[in-house]
Design a protein around this ligand. Structure first.
Ligand code: MN
Length: 132
């Protein structure tokens, strides 16, 4: 099976409240031929993760209502979803943020603006552990 066919079987959930960012990130993911799921807030993202069991989650940190770190903590405390790698999307990579993201259970993070090559490399590094 070729790499693009294999990627079609990989579901990536994007949790992002900003429609412009959502469109941009989901276009980048689609360009790489992965299947895309989207949720605009933490509650919808958690529900979708439980229902769809994506292979990876891209989680915006700043969300209306529940923030992305709290949502990640909930997913990591649920045995049905704890195995799913969560990559935090952050627009402010300040000192201490990395520790906060790790403490919340995030497996990695990407700083906005999101660039295609970096996104793809990060996503692939987490998927490789599951789909070698
Ligand atoms: Mn946001």
């Amino acid at each position: 099976m070729g790499i693009l066919e294999r990627r079609k079987e990989v579901k990536i959930l994007i949790v992002e409240d900003n429609p412009t960012n959502m469109k941009l990130i989901s276009n980048l993911i689609k360009k790489a031929a992965y299947e895309v799921l989207g949720a605009a807030d933490a509650n919808a993202g958690i529900a979708m993760a439980r229902e769809e069991r994506p292979d990876l989650i891209l989680m915006d940190i700043q969300l209306p209502g529940m923030d992305g770190l709290t949502a990640t903590g909930i997913l990591k405390n649920d045995e049905k979803t704890r195995h799913i790698p969560v990559i935090a999307l952050t627009s402010y990579a300040m000192k201490g943020d990395e520790e906060r993201m790790t403490a919340a259970g995030c497996d990695g993070y990407l700083a906005k603006p999101i660039r295609y090559k970096e996104l793809l490399q990060t996503v692939e590094s987490f998927l490789r552990e599951k789909h070698p």
